[in-house]
Ligand binder design. Structure first.
Ligand code: ZN
Length: 245
């Protein structure tokens, strides 16, 4: 036996829907055993991006079962509120294997970011759950794993645009802490005396720089060279875009 209910999705949840379903009310045919979460995910929307489901104006849980002709409204999070509501106090991330450039950019800005080419889907899900990390991915299906506490599907395929999506969604722009996290291994980096790292430095760097930082985990040394200038330039572009968005 199948029934129909009317659905409407709000905000960025429309990105997941078919064109004819976006920003409008549409009817959806369902079977009696389906929960409202089953239906929402069957339409392509991962539950981690859903904040509230209202049925006939009243908030329901994901396990709610619909009745024929119910009116369903589905809302997403406001930028920045998701981490507070999902019990994730800190904005820490775990990224899928395709997002190496985004991982380096987030670490460069000082955000705790787990990433590794050896980390496949089951490990990503486990890390997200056990370490309460926000899972970032381009794979919508990965976000449908029901125990993931928080996650976000990156709309763009281009690193800088992805970075801007994440900074905007999680309100990170005022939380940059450059030179606190290793871009290679995510370890903490701390200021270190030049004498202590002298032998690890290229000759010109020994000559022209005096301020150094070292990763506590992999011992890689950082200084404010050309890489630093590129980072400053990126931060300037991000702040500029934020101002006009
Ligand atoms: Zn390191």
């Amino acid at each position: 036996m199948s029934y129909t209910a009317n659905f409407r999705f709000y905000g960025s949840l429309n990105d997941f829907l078919r064109p004819r379903q976006r920003h409008t009310t549409f009817s959806y045919t369902f079977a009696a055993h389906q929960t409202v979460k089953d239906m929402i995910e069957a339409m392509g929307v991962p539950h981690v991006e859903v904040r509230d489901v209202l049925v006939n104006g009243e908030k329901v849980s994901f396990s709610h079962r619909l009745l024929p002709d119910d009116q369903v409204e589905v809302y997403t999070y406001e930028n920045g509120e998701e981490t507070l509501l999902s019990g994730i106090a800190e904005r820490r991330f775990v990224l899928d294997v395709h997002l190496g450039s985004l991982a380096r950019a987030l670490r460069m800005l000082g955000f705790d970011t787990v990433y590794g080419q050896h980390l496949h889907d089951p490990e990503l899900v486990r890390i997200s759950i056990e370490e309460k990390r926000i899972l970032l991915t381009r794979d919508v299906n990965l976000l449908k794993h029901k125990a993931i506490p928080a996650g976000y599907w990156l709309r763009s395929q281009q690193t800088e645009a992805q970075l801007l999506e994440v900074l905007t969604k999680y309100k990170l722009a005022d939380l940059f802490r450059p030179f606190t996290r290793c871009m290679v291994c995510n370890g903490r980096i701390v200021p270190v005396d030049k004498q202590q790292v002298l032998e690890l430095l290229p000759p010109k760097t020994q000559l022209y720089f005096d301020e150094f930082y070292q990763c506590q985990q992999c011992r890689r040394v950082y200084w404010k060279g050309s890489h630093y200038e590129r980072m400053q330039e990126l931060i300037r572009r991000i702040k500029e875009k934020e101002r006009y968005s």
